[in-house]
Design a protein around this ligand. Structure first.
Ligand code: GDP
Length: 195
């Protein structure tokens, strides 16, 4: 997809701040520092619309970006940040679980993981929620440029097994650095958001 317009809309702290125009929503979940902001910037050809490395773990809001007046990217706060208190963690969980359960425009969750590492406990918990709420998921394995190509398949297999992915769950190899996987990911997103 050719992105001609991408705009930051709101850091929403709760459902009454979510947009009410019913455009399809593509959510992004992943641990802090995994590369979600870089992925968003790469997908929309912008250097800095989604702020990279901005105070990891601090945001307890859903960041909405409107793309081509066709859909929203909804960036979840990164999880697994060590310095977050138990209370904050619980608030995070409540907000995300409610969003997953109640948000009608949600079409697809991009679960972003680091290709180099096996999924964390938090990644696995997120995947269990997505299975439980029966939400279509695409696993995006980013930072692929940091691993020799000869090891990609081996790492992908570990991620597939640990996250209990089936052959019907799309997986995309990605690098924000190189732009690898961008067209493939837009194809997956279009399939869910635009049909
Ligand atoms: P976020 O916390 O998930 O939004 O992560 P960021 O997008 O801020 O990325 C965290 C760090 O990883 C930054 O230093 C990025 O430059 C780096 N990074 C993100 N994606 C990639 C990638 O695909 N390749 C490489 N080499 N570095 C990346």
């Amino acid at each position: 997809m050719k992105v001609t317009q991408a705009e930051f809309i709101i850091s929403a702290v709760g459902p009454d701040q979510y947009p009410d125009d019913a455009l399809p929503e593509i959510a992004l979940a992943g641990r802090s520092n995994v590369g979600k902001s870089s992925l968003i910037n790469r997908m929309i050809n912008r250097k800095n619309l989604a702020r990279t490395s901005s105070q990891p773990g601090k945001t307890q809001c859903l960041n909405y970006y409107r793309i081509n007046d066709l859909m929203y990217f909804v960036d979840f706060p990164g999880y697994g940040y060590a310095k977050v208190s138990k209370t904050q963690r619980q608030a995070w969980g409540k907000m995300i679980e409610r969003y997953l359960l109640e948000r009608d425009p949600l079409q697809l969750v991009l679960q972003v993981v680091d290709l180099r590492h096996p999924p964390s406990k938090d990644d696995i918990m997120m995947r269990e929620w997505l299975i439980h709420y029966d939400i279509p998921t695409c696993v995006v394995m980013t930072k692929a440029d940091k691993l020799p190509k000869s090891q990609w398949q081996k790492h992908m297999k570990v991620i597939r097994n640990d996250l209990q992915l089936t052959s019907s769950n799309p997986m995309v190899m990605f690098s924000s650095e190189l732009g690898l996987g961008k067209d493939e990911l837009w194809e997956v997103i279009s399939r869910y958001a635009l049909t």
